[in-house]
Ligand binder design. Structure first.
Ligand code: ADP
Length: 167
């Protein structure tokens, strides 16, 4: 029983894992950023499944299949919009990572990739988000038991450095 963590720079749609976590919105309607990239690369099957899910609350996560992506599932996680940090953002971000791991584990996924949820359009400062992402996902995977590989995929070299420092 072990949990391994990798922190890499790249495009999350190009890395093969069992489950790719998406930084989605409450409507599961698709959008810009990593969400747009996942739907573009995965094809229309993912959006067709999303429409049937009836949305997803902030802090929660729901799964679809992965369409044309090199994965079995996409886990659509909804992180909080940043409002300055006094509106429960930290807990909601942690919850989004915890629920993503729980849903992936329920689907028997051993390798899971994560983007830096909420740190793009939603404005959550990445220096504050990184330790929450790493510690919460690690704790949830540890609690689930079994062998897991958690891959944190950062789009920019600067974001990669922030995650390396947080590790
Ligand atoms: P949110 O709305 O949750 O803030 P965004 O998609 O705007 O989500 O940003 C989340 C993070 O995903 C940002 O750090 C952004 O740079 C990154 N990102 C965007 N496209 C990709 C991609 N193809 N692979 C990995 N990360 C990506």
């Amino acid at each position: 029983m072990s949990v391994e963590v990798e922190v890499v720079q790249g495009d999350i749609t190009r890395i093969a894992v069992d489950a790719i976590v998406n930084a989605a919105n409450e409507g599961l309607r698709g959008g810009g950023g990593v969400d747009g990239a996942i739907h573009r690369a995965g094809g229309p099957a993912i959006m067709a499944e999303c429409r049937a899910l009836g949305g997803c609350a902030t802090g929660d996560a729901k799964a679809t299949t992965a369409g044309d992506l090199p994965a079995r599932h996409v886990i659509h996680a909804v992180g909080p919009v940043w409002h300055g940090g006094d509106r429960g953002e930290d807990d909601l971000l942690a919850s989004a990572y915890r629920r993503s791991v729980e849903v992936a584990v329920q689907l028997d996924c051993s390798s899971i990739s994560f983007p830096a949820i909420s740190t793009g359009i939603y404005g959550f400062p990445i220096e504050r988000a990184a330790p929450i992402a790493l510690s919460t996902a690690l704790a949830a995977a540890g609690a689930a038991g079994g062998d897991r590989l958690l891959v944190f995929v950062l789009f920019s070299a600067g974001d990669l450095e922030v995650y390396r420092a947080a590790l």
